[in-house]
Design a protein around this ligand. Sequence first.
Ligand code: UT7
Length: 331
Amino acid sequence: MMNRVARIRGTGAYLPEKVLTNQDLEQMVDTSDEWIFTRTGMKERRLAGPDEFTSGMGAKAALAAIEDSGLTVDEIDFILVATLTPDYIFPSTACLIQQLLGAKKAASLDIQAACTGYLYALSLAKSFIESGAYRHILVVAAEKLSSITNYKDRSTCVLFGDGASACVVSSEGEGLAIQSVRLGSDGEQAELLIQPAGGCRLPASAETVAGDQHYIKMAGNEVFKHAVRRMESACKECIDAAQIDELDISWVVPHQANIRIIDAIAKRFKHLSPERVYKTVQKYGNTSASSVGIALHELRKEQSLQEGERILLTAFGAGLTWGAALLQAQR
Ligand code: UT7
C-alpha cells in the first residue's frame, strides 16, 4: 500500500471586528484590568455581531484556508467542524458550512471535544487521509462563546472570546506533515466545566433560563491544575511517539486559556526561549476549539518556517479532553 502522509497545506482564521477590552468588562462586572491581566494575561477578546454565527465565522476561516492551500472548494471531500457552540444542536454546523462554501462533493460532520476539538479533528483527518478514504479534508474550529457566556459572572465572562480557524489536510502538496497525535479524556471530571442545560438531561425551560443554566460553568482552580498536568503529559507522549527529542521542537503552540497555564507548559521546554511558545491570549482570550488553530495560522503568517522545523500543538478542555500534535514543515 502507498505510504500516505497527511499534511496541513493551508491555514486560515477569522476574528470578528468588535473588541471587548478589560476596561469594557470593568463597566460590566466587579473586576479590574489589573486582576484580569495578572491572572490570565488577557487584555482584549473579540465578540461576534448579533447576525454573526459559528457557521459564518467558520466559513470565512475555511475560505482563507482553502485559498492558502491552492485547492478549490470543489476538491474538498470531507468537512470536519469542531465546536461547542454550534448554530443548532442539529443539523450540524458542518452541513451549514458545506452549504455556505458550496462544497458539493463534501461529506460533513461536527465533532465535540470542547477546547481540544481542533486536535481531535486533526487526528481524524490524519487517519482518513492515511487510510486513503479521502484526499482533501477541511478542518474548521469555530466558536461563538459569547452566546453561552454569562456577562454577570466575573469568574468566567472575562475569559472567553469568539473566533474561528481552519486548515486543509491533504494527501499531497507542501505543508506541515502531521507526524503524531496523542489524545485523551476523563469523563469522571465532566462537571468541572459544563453548560448544564439545553441537552436531554435538562431541556430548556423557564426554570433553566431563570437559573442561568445555559451558560458556561467552570471550577476554574480545579480545571487549571488538570490543564497543566494533562497538556504536559500529552506533549511528552506525542514527542515519544514521534521518536524525537524535546530539542527538536522549534515552536510550541498551546491552547490559549490563561498565560499562567501557558507559562507552566513553557517551563517544561527548557531549551526553548519564551518567544517560541506562541501566544495570542492577550488579544483574543480563550476561543475554545478555535484557539490553537488561530495561533497556528498567525505563527505561519509571521514566521517563515524552514524545512524540517517542528511545531508542537497542545490543547485541553471540557470533557475533560486533552491532546497534542506534532507537525513538521515539509516541501
Ligand atoms: O479552555 C478550557 C480550559 N480552561 C482553563 O484552563 C481555565 C483554567 N482556570 C483559570 O484560568 C483560572 O482558574 C481563572 C482565571 C479562571 C481564575 O484564576 P484563579 O487564580 O484560579 O482565581 P480563583 O478562581 O482562585 O479566584 C481568586 C479570587 C476569588 O476571590 P476570593 O475568594 O479570593 O475573595 C474570586 O472571587 O479572585 C476572585 N475573582 C475575581 N476578581 C476580580 C474571580 N474572578 C474575578 C475577576 N475579577 N474577573
